[in-house]
Write a protein that binds this ligand. Structure first.
Ligand code: ATP
Length: 150
């Protein structure tokens, strides 16, 4: 495989000599998991966006010196979106594998529902971030109002 096609697994030749076996030790399992994380970062632009956004949120949280309980909500919001993107990528890969580039309404349904899940998670993240950061951002502009105080 040419190096630029390294991450395009769709066209990878089937290697029947390669064995599929259980991960024999912890470190091999860890290596495969890290490879999974690397693959999703390389292949999915949305995942890179979520990660960059996550870092921006981290910096904003440090800047505004969020309370410990706020950090918990922010972490839940960010990781929910990232998890849903993992699930979306798994479903896309499995659907492509099963239908092998042929059209099927159920394939479309599975992909659309998976990507709908990411959208719902992103809306959840937005709501959490709005609730947490609203007072800090408004104060930045001299407006001291906390909509969600009561
Ligand atoms: N085999 C198929 N049969 C029917 N519809 C399909 C099939 N493959 C894709 N689609 C439709 O095309 C859309 C885009 O599919 P694609 O595989 O390009 O996902 P994507 O653009 O990578 O999605 P995402 O942006 O969530 O990563 C799907 O949501 C689905 O509606």
């Amino acid at each position: 495989m040419a190096s630029k096609d390294k991450y395009k697994l769709e066209n990878a030749p089937k290697d029947y000599n390669k064995k599929i076996e259980r991960n024999s030790n912890f470190f091999r399992a860890l290596k495969n998991s890290l490879r999974g994380i690397w693959m999703i970062l390389v292949r999915e632009r949305n995942m890179r966006i979520h990660i960059v956004l996550g870092f921006c949120i981290l910096l904003a949280g440090l800047y505004y010196d969020l309370a410990r309980s706020d950090w918990l909500w922010v972490a839940v919001a960010v990781f929910t979106v990232i998890s849903s993107e993992f699930l979306n990528t798994i479903i896309e890969a499995l659907v492509d594998l099963v239908v092998n580039k042929t059209y099927h309404p159920l394939a479309g349904l599975a992909k659309d529902v998976a990507s709908g899940g990411v959208l719902v998670a992103a809306i959840f993240e937005f709501i959490i971030l709005a609730i947490i950061f609203q007072p800090y951002i408004w104060r930045q502009f001299g407006i001291v109002t906390n909509f969600f105080h009561h």
